[in-house]
Design a binder for this molecule. Structure first.
Ligand code: ZN
Length: 516
């Protein structure tokens, strides 16, 4: 075995342990009996410890050192590049598969070894306990009982940043964990430009006399919803021999390309919610299933970052599945499954319901037009929590005030305010911006794809989504973590990440429906 192969074996072992922990996390949200959460916290803590031990194995450090020495010796030989041939010359040594794997392995190893095992265990235990505390607090609308858990999460996040040398910029570290290379300052600039274009569009649509009627859709039997959802997601390309879909309180997608676990939830009176939730998670699943399987466990078998991940889920959910071509193909099947429920619903009314724009307090229920305002709110509050400008106890009030300002509505309670999202309960700070960045990226990719494949929507109308999936496989999925978010966008679309394609897309689709 070469030194590189030995390194990859070690990396895959650590990765595999991580996937076991992820499976326990999936089970926790899908199957776990309510009183068994204490056992699960213990199991997850032990798994986190084992995974951390595998990721900090001194043998990884030794192998990395050896390979880096070999690489620097190669780099100092001027003849190497000249004899490497055109293929190698166009891809620099820095971009070669081996270098990408080694560069990320070094970064991950250095990070892991800077975190003491005690800290890792404490964080894992706290995350599991805080998740259950949050779920209970949300059910009882009792923020005060959850506040100490959130405070401890913030303290842990600050300590983690300090241990890793980001002590002066802990929030940037939280962002970097999800989207390497991005900073709060860059995101602030992008979000400000987005807000400038979004606020007037929201106002115009709110003043429109056109209204979607979601009340038209009720009594959709869950069994038939399941059938439709399965047909749709399968046709989009999801491989059910390497994945499954179950029910959980909050939809999510976990696992790797070898075994994807998606969830959704059903409501007889909200058939579009489970459908679009499932399509969103399918977008995540397709990305994972499209990552090069031979590289699973190394950087080349991992997603580029959470913004890239969200760009995939959002693109399938919104640009594709809310479009006319998609419904041209699926509407007859939808009607065949729900003939009585849709008998009095015209095609235009159905399409408007699919693209309903109505402000809501709940992020996951939000339409595309309002959605990014929900993220702007969370981004602002997270920054204040990290800077110390906002204390946890003042969070509910700050949430309500900002909600009124951005969404024009005030939550009546914390359940539909600060307690609505699961992320912070697991210490997932810095994750929210990825949603909005993902929306921007999705729209920018969409504009690029439409230029590259002018017949794309005719393909959709025929029920053929393989052209789009193939394009994404080639341009996004195949790269794994080779490029960071901003570079990936630059390479694939030819320009820097910008909110303008998103604003253009929203105006085209929703302006066409509401501003006639
Ligand atoms: Zn998502």
């Amino acid at each position: 075995m070469t030194t590189h192969d030995q390194l990859v074996t070690k990396l895959k072992r650590a990765h595999t342990l991580g996937t076991v922990a992820e499976l326990l996390g999936w089970d926790e949200q899908v199957n776990l009996p309510p009183d068994s959460s204490d056992v699960r916290a213990e199991q997850l803590a032990v798994m986190a410890e084992a995974q951390h031990a595998a990721a900090t194995d001194p043998e990884i450090g030794r192998l990395l050192g050896e390979i880096e020495t070999q690489i620097s010796a190669l780099g100092s030989q001027p003849s190497h590049k000249a004899t490497a041939g055109t293929a190698t010359r166009s891809t620099s040594i820095a971009d070669s598969d081996q270098m990408v794997i080694v560069r990320h392995a070094r970064r991950d190893y250095d990070r892991a070894t800077k975190l003491p095992a005690d800290f890792v265990r404490e964080k894992a235990t706290h995350s599991s306990q805080a998740f259950h505390a949050w779920a209970e607090a949300k059910a009882r609308d009792d923020f005060a009982s959850y506040a100490p858990f959130l405070e401890k999460h913030l303290a842990l996040a600050r300590r983690e940043a300090e241990l890793l040398g980001w002590g002066d910029r802990p929030y940037d570290y939280a962002i970097d964990k999800h989207d390497p290379g991005l900073t709060a300052a860059q995101i602030t600039t992008l979000f400000a430009e987005l807000k400038l274009g979004l606020v007037p569009l929201v106002r115009e649509i709110r003043e429109s006399r056109v209204r979607a009627d979601l009340g038209l859709l009720h009594d959709f039997p869950v069994e038939s919803q399941r059938v439709f959802l399965r047909e749709v997601t399968e046709r989009l390309g999801f491989n059910y021999r390497r994945g499954r879909i179950d029910v959980s309180l909050h939809p999510f997608c976990s696992g790797t390309g070898a075994d994807i676990r998606m969830t959704t939830r059903f409501d007889a009176d909200r058939p579009l919610r489970s459908l679009f939730g499932a399509i969103h998670e399918t977008g995540h699943g397709l990305y994972e299933q499209g990552l090069p399987r031979v590289h699973l466990g190394t950087a080349l078998g991992q997603a580029a970052g959470m913004a890239a991940h969200e760009s995939q889920s959002r693109l399938w959910e919104n640009q594709v599945a809310r479009g006319r071509a998609f419904w041209q193909f699926f509407e007859p099947r939808f009607r065949a499954l729900f003939p009585a429920q849709l008998a009095a619903v015209s095609s235009e009314a159905l399409y408007l319901a699919v693209n309903a724009v109505q402000p809501t307090l709940i992020r996951v229920d939000s339409d595309e037009v309002h959605y990014n305002l929900h993220i702007l709110l969370r981004f602002e509050l997270e920054q204040k929590l990290f800077s110390g400008a906002l204390a946890v106890r003042d969070l509910p009030a700050a949430w309500k005030a900002l909600c009124a300002e951005l969404l024009g509505q005030t939550p009546a309670n914390d359940r539909e305010g600060v307690l609505q999202d699961v992320h912070w309960s697991g210490g997932g700070f810095g994750y929210f911006p990825s949603y909005c960045l993902g929306n921007m990226m999705a729209a920018q990719l969409w504009a690029t794809i439409r230029r590259a494949r002018p017949g794309l929507e005719e393909e959709f109308a025929r029920g053929d989504f393989s052209g789009l999936l193939g394009w994404l496989r080639e341009n996004i999925h195949a790269h794994g973590r080779r490029f960071d978010t901003l570079e990936l966008v630059r390479r694939v679309t030819g320009v820097e990440l910008s909110p303008q394609p998103l604003l253009g897309y929203l105006r085209e689709r929703y302006g066409g429906l509401y501003l006639k």
